[in-house]
Design a protein around this ligand. Structure first.
Ligand code: XMP
Length: 513
């Protein structure tokens, strides 16, 4: 990438990725690096500014994480956030000590120094604090530019050396004026321009893909119908057109009508070169009689790789494999990894690039999910693809508890379609991260008309989440729940009872298996 980055040094804060997202929302390219990266390596990136993240440690501990001392000497604007602020303070000759008052949560700032560079765009607002240590003595050359209403140091700066520190977290949602702080640092102090836009990214990426693939190279790409593979493929398609060969494996484990939808969208509408492999029988055969969740996952993963590899071999000229790897998958960070690092793995076509001697093309390696959507939008992908809910690689198999059979797949698809259709009518449907039906291998007695029934139970699940790592229950209004239950029991054969899952994650997981 041609963009010289703002470098964010990660000291283990849970909000490091949020800093990066806020900076990018301001139109500035940034990268996260672990705090122990040597200063020479960071220098080699030609960074435009440095941000030191927060972190759980205390700088007063002997073994606290510390950057290469040369890092703080770099001739760059530096902003320290929370732990980063304390680190700057201590390293530059000030003093940090345990706070007489631990501040966690919302805090009010007292008056700001009128000539503060960092607060020049900031209007009065609460800020979010989370610290046990505080700046007791500012380093030489620094002034205190704000205190909290409790009288503790909230911000310091030495504009002549371009060193700034804030004790609060400008990156979190609970600091509404946080973007003004970051904007003042990036634009006014560091003199950066907002040039990280989807259009720029696309122009640079297309050029890069063309250079990598050459004039006659061919690329294969597994299309799942999800956002990441769709946008990755759309970029490569825009770069080299028909020399991209998309493969869609129909496992029979997708939601109702989704296989048809993928073919219609990518084949008919977007005119990608698309091969659909109907592998429904193969997946079903391999899964027959399997009820164990992990065995289901392994089986599906194995069959997927076999099927994909066989299909890929048909493209003898292909020397490249396109994958929708995102930035959270590749950040070498000391804080909590993104969702893809922790979820039960599946769909990566593990080992295939080596076995088939394919070189990887990963056009989304630098992007967060919201940026991927923005790029997809700019490329003209339909909104229904971009706003698609995350869907697990093993598909409905892990929402059908117990053995998977064609009948049970059909039953779940029908019930699930009703859940989706009813939730789509809610005005706040955009708050939902995932929503679906789960088929339970539990039979209960019911009565329909004059007849006694003895059929399976279906659970309804809807959650809100930011990244899938944690999730809250999305409160489905009672009326909608009532409609869902009535419709499922009336319209779907094989289900005579509907229950509602109200478990958050943790302790539950989003999926049932
Ligand atoms: P859990 O159930 O672990 O899911 O709370 C977290 C997120 O990951 C998705 N998920 C998967 N995605 N392969 C995937 O590609 C999988 O095996 C898998 N298992 C869970 C899940 O849908 C949720 O978004």
């Amino acid at each position: 990438m041609n963009h010289a980055p703002v470098v964010i040094l990660d000291f283990g804060s849970q909000t490091t990725q949020l800093i990066a997202r806020r900076v990018r929302e301001l139109g500035v390219y940034c990268e996260i690096h672990p705090y122990h990266r040597p200063a020479a390596e960071v220098s080699a990136l030609a960074p435009r500014a440095l941000i030191l993240s927060g972190g759980p440690a205390s700088v007063t501990d002997a073994d606290a994480p510390r950057p290469d001392p040369a890092m703080l000497e770099l001739d760059l604007p530096i902003l320290g956030i929370c732990y980063g602020c304390q680190l700057l303070t201590q390293s530059l000759g000030g003093k940090v000590a345990a706070s007489p008052l631990r501040e966690f949560g919302r805090a009010a700032l007292g008056p700001r120094a009128p000539d503060s560079r960092l607060f020049s765009r900031f209007s009065d607002s609460p800020v979010w604090m989370s610290h046990g240590d505080h700046v007791e003595l500012t380093p030489p050359g620094f002034t205190v530019t704000a205190k909290t209403s409790d009288g503790l140091v909230a911000a310091i700066e030495d504009p002549s050396r371009r060193r700034f520190g804030v004790q609060f977290h400008p990156e979190v949602h609970h600091t509404p004026g946080g973007k003004d702080i970051l904007a003042a640092f990036l634009f006014d102090v560091a003199g950066l321009v907002a040039d990280w836009t989807p259009a720029h990214f696309i122009a640079e990426t297309l050029a890069r893909i063309r250079a990598q693939v050459g004039d006659d190279g061919h690329v294969i790409c597994g299309l799942s119908g999800g956002v990441d593979s769709a946008v990755a493929a759309a970029l490569v398609n825009a770069a080299i057109g028909k020399r991209l060969h998309c493969i869609f494996v129909d496992s029979g484990l997708l939601r109702k009508d989704e296989a048809v939808e993928v073919e219609r969208t990518f084949g008919a509408e977007l005119a990608f070169s698309l091969t659909t492999v109907d592998a429904r029988e193969r997946f079903l055969g391999a899964l027959a009689g399997t009820a164990d969740p992990e065995l289901k996952r392994k089986t599906i993963g194995r069959v997927f790789i076999d099927v994909f590899e066989e299909a890929a071999r048909a493209f003898k000229d292909a020397a490249f494999l396109c994958q929708g790897t995102l930035y959270p998958d590749v950040i070498e960070s000391v804080s909590v990894r993104g969702p893809s690092a922790t979820i039960k793995t599946h769909h990566n076509v593990g080992g295939l690039p080596e076995r088939m001697h394919l070189k990887l093309i990963e056009p989304l390696r630098e992007l967060f999910k919201d940026e991927v959507r923005a790029v997809g939008r700019e490329l003209g992908l339909p909104e229904r693809v971009l706003m698609r809910e995350p869907f697990p690689g093993p598909g409905l198999a892990i929402r059908i508890l117990g053995p998977v059979s064609p009948e049970r797949i059909h039953t779940l698809q029908e019930a699930d379609a009703i859940v989706r259709a009813e939730l789509a009518r809610l005005p706040n449907k955009h708050e939902i991260w995932q929503s679906f039906a789960v088929l339970l291998p539990v039979r209960s007695v019911g009565v329909m008309g004059d007849a006694r029934t003895y059929e399976e139970v279906c659970a309804v699940r809807a959650v809100t989440s930011v990244d899938g790592m944690t999730a809250d229950v999305f409160p489905i209004p009672h009326e909608a729940l009532g409609r869902i239950a009535t419709r499922i029991v009336n319209e779907v054969r094989g289900i005579n009872r509907v229950v509602y899952d109200i478990t958050s994650k943790p302790p539950g997981t989003i999926e049932w298996e």
